[in-house]
Design a protein around this ligand. Structure first.
Ligand SMILES: Cc1ncc(COP(=O)(O)O)c(C=O)c1O
Length: 357
């Protein structure tokens, strides 16, 4: 039997998101934090984990965690949903808002999951290339909004993979002009600190996403969505009842109790980002961009595949972005700890010297 004839066209034409199994000792590809919790905190956490009732279902809808986050952000709990990472929240948005004739607007390049999830949910995706300063092409985006009336517009702020924040004035223009929902994904908020959250009171069609993944807790898969009461009410209809397991709910509350530890780690990453930037900027044939996030985007005068392989041969994994629209040979490196950054720079320099430039 040909099972594939049963599969929806949008799914058949996609490729599964592949996370390759590679051998490396320094992982700088996925914007994780290089730091683990201090030993005494881990002991304290283990004590808390012991008391989690593993025989019971988790709290449905994470009410305790939501109440804590509501107080933390000064947003009513009814306007917050907790997701299994922001990925799940993006999926809830697309499931709720998409339909056969619905379109989603995404800049290019940006975080790939917006496009993948929107397509999976049956949306048409309209990509608008960023301008040559990696900012939003406002004119084209407003034209698309006027003509195609997208149900969803996704803006990563700061943007992945470029690391830059879009002009805040342009973002607000887009929110104002849209009849659909505009999602401001603040995954990299810990490394930038500016937010559109206060604008929730002003715009009903605004949604803010945050995640614990980039600030040191990628393993627990917890993200937060903040939006209008009405939208959050509808999104809750598509949320699976027990979407956040008890261990993750407990860990996320632990994060809120101990936020300063995580903030200190993000501040270290932020300072090291500047050092890494200036060292990369001093290298022949490497053109890094200033970043507002915990990674740096750079284009090279060399074949980026060769750099990627050279680094991997020496145990260092970064992200290769060989073709990005008109750009060629770009790469993205996550800021690691000082030793990891140093090793990355040493091996990259070795590659450059070998080219004889
Ligand atoms: C802009 C952006 N949003 C969301 C995510 C994923 O977040 P989560 O781990 O919470 O699913 C990423 C991960 O790289 C990202 O770059």
């Amino acid at each position: 039997m040909d099972i594939s004839r049963l599969i929806r066209k949008e799914i058949l034409t996609q490729k599964a998101y592949a996370v390759e199994e590679l051998s490396y000792s320094i992982k700088l590809d996925a914007m994780e934090t290089p730091y683990v919790l201090p030993e005494d905190m881990r002991g304290f956490l283990m004590e808390k984990l012991r008391n989690v009732e593993l025989n019971r279902y988790p709290e449905a809808g994470s009410p305790t965690l939501r109440a804590r986050m509501a107080a933390h952000l000064d947003v009513p709990a009814e306007q917050i949903i907790v997701g299994n990472g922001s990925d799940e929240l993006i999926q809830m948005l697309c499931t709720t808002l998409s339909g056969p004739s619905a379109t989603a607007l995404v800049p290019f390049p940006t975080f790939v999951m917006y496009r993948i999830i929107a397509l999976n949910c049956g949306c048409q995706v309209i990509d608008v290339p960023l301008d040559d300063r990696f900012d939003l092409d406002l004119e084209t985006m407003l034209a698309v909004i006027g003509k195609d009336n997208p149900v969803l517009t996704f803006l990563s702020y700061p943007n992945n993979p470029t690391g830059k924040c879009f002009d805040a004035g342009k973002v607000e223009e887009i929110i104002k002009a849209s009849q659909g929902v505009v999602v401001i994904d603040e995954a990299y908020f810990p490394f930038y600190g500016k937010t559109f959250l206060p604008m929730l009171k002003k715009y009903d069609n605004l949604v803010i996403l945050r995640t614990l993944s980039k600030l040191g807790l990628a393993a627990i898969r917890v993200g937060f969505l903040m939006g209008s009461r009405t939208l959050v009410g509808e999104l809750n209809k598509v949320r699976l009842p027990y979407n956040i397991n008890s261990l993750s709910q407990m860990m996320a509350t632990f994060y809120l109790d101990n936020e300063q530890i995580f903030k200190d780690q993000s501040d270290r990453v932020r300072a090291d980002r500047e050092l890494l930037f200036s060292r990369l900027a001093g290298m022949k044939g490497i053109r890094p961009m200033k970043s507002d996030a915990n990674f740096l985007f750079f284009c090279c005068d060399f074949d980026s595949y060769r750099i990627y392989e050279f680094l991997l041969d020496q145990g260092i994994l970064i992200k290769n972005l060989p073709v990005l629209g008109n750009l060629r040979n770009c790469m993205r490196v996550t800021v690691g700890n000082p030793e990891e950054n140093e090793e990355f720079l040493r091996v990259l320099q070795e590659f450059i010297v070998k080219q004889g430039v």
